[in-house]
Design a protein around this ligand. Structure first.
Ligand code: G3H
Ligand code: 13P
Ligand code: ZN
Length: 356
């Protein structure tokens, strides 16, 4: 099936009241595992590619692996999304590679570490939006800086995240500013800061409203009911995955992720895209550890990869079912980017701002 834009997918998700997990991909095994889950549940898929993934695999490899996935899974609409673009060049090069969606993360400067001013964020996001929409490609913006509310720190383990201490006003998206930002930039989706952060170490206990500010989702949704919200750093870091990892020699300190019930609450209030990377990493490496410690004479990498892919497929199946995207693939016919470009040019996709 043809590629689909993020905007078309999220409009469908909003119409039918569900959410879509967006899974990070770096290699063939992750792509196969996610696509098998999408096929088994009849869910559309969002495959998102970080700058780290593009430099790990190389643009040609990423492009061709995704082309292979389209050929192998023709019934599944696939959105190919640039995760955390750090500037115009990253996003325009992704669009030129055939991505159907880009995230311009203008909350941080091009170094992906230094928080920007609001004006800088608006300027760079608007520049990318102009390039993207002219080509019918969707754009996700970000307002507010991802990071932990208890420590005031961004994640440091993925190379993309604020360095140093952040104050609460930076760590929580301002709903009034969100209205202004969407009006000015005309992004198709908005990532918001609400206490989630990337990586495994999000919360030091099961999160409550002190550290996971679901109120931000609700306030923005009440002002912008038609806006598609994106939750980043939304791995749940399931206890079973932590236990499995540690049962075979791992030393992951006890940690807590974003509970599924909080994500489902978000979906009720306009969250349509839920970013998940860490859970897939943990599922894969936990499976590697099990093979390495229980079959110590095994040296065929495929014997490590097969259970790792199965672990990722079962996690992804669960998320497609939990978020409600299961069963939706067959109900969507992708609109080509050329037709999306015409709709943007006609103004029919302008974000409807109904402030209350
Ligand atoms: O944006 C965060 C994702 O977890 C991607 O991480 O840059 O190490 O691929 P990465
Ligand atoms: P996790 O680290 O919680 O999986 O978040 C991934 C993410 O937000 C990618 O953009
Ligand atoms: Zn993210």
């Amino acid at each position: 099936m043809a590629r689909i834009t993020l905007r078309q997918l999220l409009d469908h998700a909003a119409e039918y009241g569900y959410g879509l997990p967006a899974f990070n991909v770096n290699n063939m095994e992750q792509i196969l595992a996610i696509m098998r889950a999408a096929q088994a549940t009849d869910s559309p898929a969002i495959l998102q590619v970080s700058r780290g993934a593009r430099s790990y695999a190389g643009d040609a490899m990423v492009r061709n692996m995704i082309a292979a996935a389209e050929e192998m899974f023709p019934a599944i609409p696939i959105c190919v999304h640039q995760d955390h673009g750090n500037g115009v060049a990253t996003c325009t090069s992704a669009i030129d590679q055939g991505y159907t969606s880009v995230m311009m993360d203008g909350s941080l400067a091009e170094d992906a570490k230094t928080p920007t001013s609001y004006a800088e964020n608006v300027a760079v996001t608007t520049a990318v939006r102009a390039y993207a929409h002219t080509r019918g490609v969707s754009i996700e913006g970000e307002l507010g800086v991802l990071g932990r509310l208890d420590t005031g720190t961004g994640e440091q383990e993925d190379g993309h995240g604020a360095v140093g201490k952040l104050d609460r006003s930076q760590l929580l998206t301002d709903p009034d500013q969100a209205v202004d930002f969407v009006q000015l930039t005309q992004v198709d989706a908005l990532a918001i800061a609400m206490g989630t952060s990337h990586g495994a170490y999000k919360f030091s206990r099961k999160p409550d409203s002190e550290v996971l500010a679901m109120s931000v989702v609700k306030e923005i949704h009440s002002r912008l009911p038609d806006l598609h919200l994106v939750m980043h750093g939304s791995s749940s870091v399931p206890q079973e995955l932590q236990d499995e990892f540690n049962a075979y020699g791992g030393q992951l300190p006890q940690t807590w992720g974003v509970p599924i019930e909080e994500i489902l609450e978000g979906i009720r209030y306009g969250v349509r895209k839920v970013n998940i990377d860490t859970d897939l990493r943990l599922a894969m490496t936990g499976a590697f550890r099990k093979v390495a410690s229980t079959r110590t004479d095994e040296f065929d990498p495929r014997k490590f990869m097969i259970p790792a892919m199965e672990a990722v497929t079962s996690l992804c199946r669960l998320r497609y079912e939990q978020f409600g995207s299961a069963g939706k693939a067959a109900r969507i016919t992708p609109v080509p980017t050329s037709a999306m470009a015409a709709r943007y040019a006609a103004g029919s996709l302008d974000q409807r701002i109904t402030t209350s």
